[in-house]
Design a protein. Structure first.
Length: 209
């Protein structure tokens, strides 16, 4: 089981490392709302990765057909959520600039809402499931203690690898929060929101291609 856990860990880390819209949002959220919100957002993203890993390991064929049928809708749903989050981030950041960027940016909203937001935006991302779907058959061949144990070890490994990276992004947000003042944070937030909007539009365009 150690080797399957290690494969899952590497897979979760490899999936999380590329910088995308969710990474930008996580850093921006931590900068704006503080460490606790960043940690919760990171937990939500890693939870989705672990759940996808477990799901495709056990019901890969079924989810493959479902993803094929609903790929366009899921991609557009994910793009719509990211577009909304990007616009919200941009508007709030510009408002902070207009209000002379108060030194303290309010930590508004509940952590449950932060978790739900990051969970929803991450789960509506078919490539994540397809990534694990490609790995699952090879991992299953290495199972020596039963498929159930192998699936659990793989999913836990993915979760651990993913959350280590996501939490490091949250730490990066904390670091930026500690060394920047209100106006600079607002400018960084505006840049991040603009990048997320662009990536959301690109995601929607790719969905139709």
């Amino acid at each position: 089981m150690e080797s399957i856990f290690a494969i899952g860990f590497a897979a979760g880390l490899a999936l999380a490392i590329p910088v995308g819209p969710m990474a930008i949002l996580l850093i921006n959220t931590t900068m704006a709302k503080g460490w606790r919100h960043g940690a919760v957002g990171a937990l939500a993203m890693a939870t989705v990765d672990g759940l996808y890993a477990a799901t495709v390991f056990f019901v890969g064929g079924t989810i493959s057909a479902w993803l094929k049928d609903w790929a366009l809708q899921l991609s557009l749903g994910g793009a719509a959520i990211l577009l909304y989050l990007g616009i919200t981030t941009l508007v709030k950041s510009l408002r902070n600039l207009r209000e002379e960027a108060r030194e303290t940016i309010a930590s508004s909203g509940s952590r449950a809402k932060t978790f739900a937001t990051f969970f929803g935006a991450t789960v509506l991302n078919p490539p994540t499931a397809l990534y694990f779907l490609a790995l699952a058959p090879s991992v299953a061949q290495l199972a020596t203690g039963g498929i159930a144990n192998a699936g659990l070890a793989f999913a836990v490994g993915v979760f651990v690898g993913s959350i280590i990276w996501q939490q490091s992004l949250a730490f990066a947000g904390v670091g930026l929060r500690s060394i920047t003042h209100g106006k600079l944070r607002a400018w960084i937030g505006a840049l991040g929101g603009t990048l997320v909007i662009g990536l959301a539009v690109a995601m929607a365009i790719r969905a139709f291609s």
